[in-house]
Structures are given as C-alpha cells and as structure tokens.
Design a protein around this ligand. Sequence first.
Ligand SMILES: Cc1cc2nc3c(=O)[nH]c(=O)nc-3n(C[C@H](O)[C@H](O)[C@H](O)COP(=O)(O)OP(=O)(O)OC[C@H]3O[C@@H](n4cnc5c(N)ncnc54)[C@H](O)[C@@H]3O)c2cc1C
Length: 297
Amino acid sequence: MFEKFDFIENADLKDFSTMKVGGKAKYIIFPKNADEIKKNLQICRKNDIKTFILGNGSNVLFDDKGFSGAIICLKKMQDITFLENNVVEVSAGVNLFALNMALCKHGLSGLEFCYGIPATIGGFLVMNGGCFEHEICEFVQEVKVLKNDRIFVLKAEDCDFSYRHSNLQNCVVLSAKLQLFAEKPDKIKQNMDFYLNLKREKQPCEMPSLGSVFKVIKTKPEIHPAKLIDKMHLKGVKIGGAEVSTKHAGFIVNCGNATSADVLNLIVFLEQKLAEIGVNVEREIVVLKEEQNGQMA
Ligand SMILES: Cc1cc2nc3c(=O)[nH]c(=O)nc-3n(C[C@H](O)[C@H](O)[C@H](O)COP(=O)(O)OP(=O)(O)OC[C@H]3O[C@@H](n4cnc5c(N)ncnc54)[C@H](O)[C@@H]3O)c2cc1C
C-alpha cells in the first residue's frame, strides 16, 4: 500500500516521542514533500486507515496499546530557504536546533529563545510554542498548509494564534515564512547559549519528558500549575516509572521504565490535587489514544 514511500510497519512508538513510551504503530510514514503527504492521506482515506500527523513527538503521549492507523511523521521535510529582507522559509520537519544553527550562520536573529526545545517548526507553529516571554507567532509572516487535498497560504492573522493555540491543528502545516532580523552571528550564538543554559538549569532536559504538562492559566494574576504543584510538595511523587520532576514541578519525567498509563495516571492525580484547591487545569500535552482518529487533513 505504502510501498512507494519511506515507511515502517509495526514501528515502536517509543522511538517517536520524547517521553519514550507507547506501543506499536501499524505504520509510520515519512513523506518528503506535500505531494507525498497528499498521496498518503488519500491512500489512508480510501482504505479507512486513521491517521495522525507527527512532528518530533515532544508533546505527544502515545498509548501503551499503540496506534492501529498510520502516523504521518514530517521529520523528513527539511528545507530551509533564505529569502530577501531577512525572511526565511522553513519546511515543517526542520527541528529547532538545526534551524537555530542555520539562522546563526546566516546572521538572522529572533528565534534564539526556542533553542533547546526538541520540536519541529511544524509542531511548534501548531502549538504556538513559546518561552521566555516570546511565542513563535511573533515571527510568522505566512504558513503554508494542506487541507482537503489543497494547499493554502495563511497569513499570520488567519492562524488564530493565542497562548499555546492556533487553528492549524486540523491541517497539515507544510512550511512557514518567518520574519527575522539581521544580527552578528557571535551575538546570536551568545543568545542561543544563554537560553539553552537557562533551560538546562531549570528543566530536567536530561530525562525523557514532554515539557510542561499543564498550561499556565492566563488570569490576572496568572496561575502557574507548576508553582502550585511545588507548593503542595508533590515534586518527586511517582506512579510506576513516571515521576513529577524534582527539578521542575511542571514536568513529568520517565525514570526509565514508565508506561503511558503511569504517565496518564500521574497527570490525573495532579489534576485531582489541583482541583481540590479549586484550580482546574488544561493539559498542554496531546494524548493520542489507540481508538482515536488523530487528524484527517
Ligand atoms: C524538554 C522539553 C522542553 C520543552 N519546552 C517547551 C517550551 O519551552 N515551550 C513550548 O511551547 N513547548 C515546549 N515543549 C513542548 C513541545 O516541544 C512543543 O509543544 C512543540 O511545539 C511540539 O513540537 P513537535 O514537533 O514535537 O510536535 P509533536 O509533539 O509531534 O506534535 C504536537 C501536536 O502538533 C501536531 N503537529 C505536529 N506537526 C504538525 C504539522 N506539521 N502539521 C499539523 N499538525 C502537526 C500533532 O498532531 C500534535 O497534535 C517542550 C518539550 C520538551 C520535551
């Protein structure tokens, strides 16, 4: 069925999520361009195979039961094109490490804040990822997407970006044009190292995780679930192999042998503890259950 494409059958999902949990996927397909994505989605529709679009899996918790459909992983879409006026066009699968290195070499500044986040630009756009008072949407000129077998170019204002939200969830992000500004490579490298060190100091970057589990509640003043979890002395609480990080209470880490159920049970436990003090949190991470049809773009 997928013979013409790069794909793996019965693939271990553990290898495709930074949490390192999950069962097997019936198929993982690695399209190299929009046409291949389109053809794969058409095959899946025709054969009633459910699909899920994946970047680097740094925000996705896979099920221990796996996924009986096709994961369409965009990691092989790797083009970076430098355009005029400090604009760069980046394909969805480029990871933020590689992107920052390339931008630094070309003297383009702006994205240093996200250096160290193990995401693809596609996933980062969908989630409107951010940190250190920046969000990716600040730099977006336009986003190219595939929806219903057609390619559309969306202006930033059409993407409905807000805190960890966009309306790109139901399309496949193919690429984006980002507006950056000129800076000396030495200065850019200095900024990158600064942000990377801050992350390493405060977050358990050395352990498998999905980053912050819960969204900050954007009331005035803001409510930070991680601070409340810390205050309730829940750092270090474990269920099976999943642990509330002792370094950052907003992260759940895999101590080596966690199952997806361990992680989910620990999330539910924290949600209950927060509810007991009157705080209802929203998950930042995406949970892909076996029975779910992830995305049918
Ligand atoms: C150590 C660590 C630190 C982190 N720090 C931060 C941080 O500081 N700030 C922050 O915002 N996040 C952070 N994260 C979370 C995560 O990196 C982000 O949510 C990121 O945006 C996910 O990108 P990804 O490529 O891994 O997407 P995935 O996890 O693969 O996918 C996330 C969602 O996007 C969808 N998706 C992915 N690519 C596409 C595409 N091309 N088209 C359509 N849909 C797509 C998926 O279906 C899924 O719903 C961190 C995670 C880790 C592990």
